[in-house]
Ligand binder design. Sequence first.
Ligand code: GAL
Length: 386
Amino acid sequence: MVKNTPAMGWNSWNTFGLDINEEVVLKTAENMVKSGLKDVGYEYVVVDDCWSLKERDKDGKLVADPEKFPHGMKWLSDKIHAMGLKFGMYSCAGVVTCAGYPSSYEHEFVDAQTFADWGVDYLKYDFCFHSSHLSPSLLYKRMNAAIMATGRDILFSACSWGEEGTHEWVHESGADSYRSTCDIWDNWVSIKDIFQSQLDKQQYNYKGCFNDMDMLVVGMRGKGFVARGLGGCTDTEYFTHFALWCMYASPLMLGNDVNNMDDETLKIVTNKDLIRINQDKRCCQPFLINHRDNSHPELQKEMPIIAKYLDDGKIAIMICNFTEGTTNRWNSWFLTESVGVPESSGKTLKMRDIMTNEETVVTNGLFTTPVETHGVKVFIAEIIDK
Ligand code: GAL
């Protein structure tokens, strides 16, 4: 399916892992509507691994586990559609899924048709236990062709964790997004590692085939499958995580327990300015604007300043502090120059802080602002006359 902005929704894996069922999914969908998540754009409700029986039926079709999903997937899909949401499911390019359930290798066409018959709108397609005889690209092409043959509009979300040079072959395989990273965990180290791993992948992030930095852990607070007793994150870190995924045009798939969501989490994941940056239709690549000469690679990783042109003529600018220790002050001497607004233009930038709405006009190209440890500040900048 051609979707020109990153997908938004919820996926069962991060919180529920192997322990997924109809009641949880349905209640999540209901709460996505009630809490206002749907209103800001979250639309896909995705059931991840562990939803099926261990055996196919006599016709070779996948069967939903009747204990976990007593009414079956078509029923669930109808319920989700009736709420104005979309339904997503999971399979894998290997012989079994990562958790050991039947997978779609050599069953691509029958499985794609099963998903289409169930009214599936989104397919996450994993990479565990895949054939070593066929190229990864061909494995994904097979499922893409199988989806096309159904005639149903199904968003194809590839999940090969950025392995085997995914960024080089995935665009030709028909995927609408591709996992460009390993799995996320609910702690700061994981979030920072994932961000840093994207610095040399960003040029592969295309409109219609977005780099997927994995499902969000915002609001998990150390509880759930990928929390693994790692302690979770602070509110500052969850905000930074969400803001980075938005700047980098990653799909925004919530992974927290939406049925038990606290106010701060809701506030972060419904931030209208950040979602607007994520969903920007121009899909320009974000770029690093400090330390441009590459003489300080560590600073790019630890204290990046990132900019992204938006389709309304404004510029999103994000100033990050990923270092340890106390609050730092930041200087960006070349801010205006670095986003293409030289002194000679007679123009400068008016910066609106998205959290406080405070506006600052940049003078002499210099902009200074404090940013707390593991935190970010995000501004929407407008080009104005000096
Ligand atoms: C992993 C994938 C996770 C989740 C899991 C299910 O490969 O990256 O997001 O889908 O498999 O077993």
